[in-house]
Ligand binder design. Structure first.
Ligand code: RP5
Length: 168
């Protein structure tokens, strides 16, 4: 389990884990941090590979809840089994991000992640759309935290105003 980056608010444990199969996923996966930063949610980025570091992946998934994480965002490309494997090992909600790699342009990862069999769900966002994974994580947390919910309401209101003032 190779750490790439850790950024959580001072004195606050990260509550969103952002994991990815390779450091080559980072350019796509870093956008997941944007909504989390915007809404003041602590997170930690790390590389955990289902096929290159399977033992570390199991350890990560089994310990995630007791380490204080509330949601896991997992991104991977190709035969992307990381989000599903983590979901199979943890009671935490997992949001999967299909990363576009190689000739299939992310369709392989999308199907691998979204087509999880009954009993082991992975909430899946669009190919390369890790921003939406961060936003969905914030909305799930906002269901139980009124401060986060309030910030999300303001964000939605701003989005609405930006569209309304557009002139074409
Ligand atoms: C997957 O294989 C990773 O998530 C990445 O998207 C892809 C390629 O990994 P690298 O060969 O660039 O390390 O496991």
């Amino acid at each position: 389990m190779k750490k790439t980056k850790s950024r959580s608010k001072k004195n606050s444990r990260p509550i969103v884990a952002i994991v990815m199969g390779s450091d080559s996923d980072l350019p796509v996966m870093k956008a997941a941090t944007e909504p989390l930063k915007l809404f003041g949610i602590s997170y930690k980025l790390q590389v955990v590979s289902a096929h290159r570091t399977p033992k570390e992946m199991v350890t990560f998934a089994e310990r995630a809840k007791s380490e204080g994480y509330q949601i896991i965002i997992a991104g991977a490309g190709g035969a992307a089994h990381l989000p599903g494997m983590i979901a199979s090992l943890s009671s935490l909600p997992v949001i999967g991000v299909p990363v576009s790699v190689g000739t299939m342009k992310g369709l392989d990862a999308l199907l691998s992640i979204v087509q999880m069999p009954k009993g082991v769900p992975v909430a899946t966002v669009a190919v390369n759309n890790s921003y939406n994974a961060g936003l969905l994580a914030a909305k799930i947390l906002g269901a139980f935290d009124s401060k986060i919910a309030e910030r999300i309401s303001k964000y939605k209101d701003q989005m609405r105003k930006q569209v309304l003032k557009k002139k074409i």
